[in-house]
Design a protein around this ligand. Sequence first.
Ligand code: RP5
Length: 163
Amino acid sequence: MADSAVVGLIMGSDSDWPTMEAAAEALAEFGIPFEVGVVSAHRTPQRMLDYARDAAGRGIRVIIAGAGGAAHLPGMVASATPLPVIGVPVPLKYLDGMDSLLSIVQMPAGVPVATVSIGGARNAGLLAARILGSSDAGLRGRMEQFQLGLAQMVADKDDALRA
Ligand code: RP5
């Protein structure tokens, strides 16, 4: 894992990677250094606690955690770190990801997890960019340019439909 990483991108299994890869792509687009790892709440509980407790001290500023099914990783990580945690509900074969969503979003008061949509890993990366951009003018400027690009994309589609 890279020493200079400011985002920790973790997931409960390597089987989550096809979903979580979109978060990595978004972070890379914004030039945000990140690390990637598999940390399972159920299969490696001590590793999960060690990761959560050590992250801030290693320079991580935002954690993105994805998991599927009984998706306890984001919430348990949030319980053991003061850092903002973004949860990504990973859809599995059964229940269409509703199980993952509800497992992540229904946190008790006092332990927040910013939950994105089912499979919404790209938005998790973009949200991490916004959080970091709140104290980084250069990154915030890149986010503003990105948003202008979204608006232009819609305008282009509108033009194409009207042509
Ligand atoms: C969860 O169990 C993981 O996040 C993954 O979504 C799911 C299945 O894991 P594997 O059996 O594919 O390793 O903890």
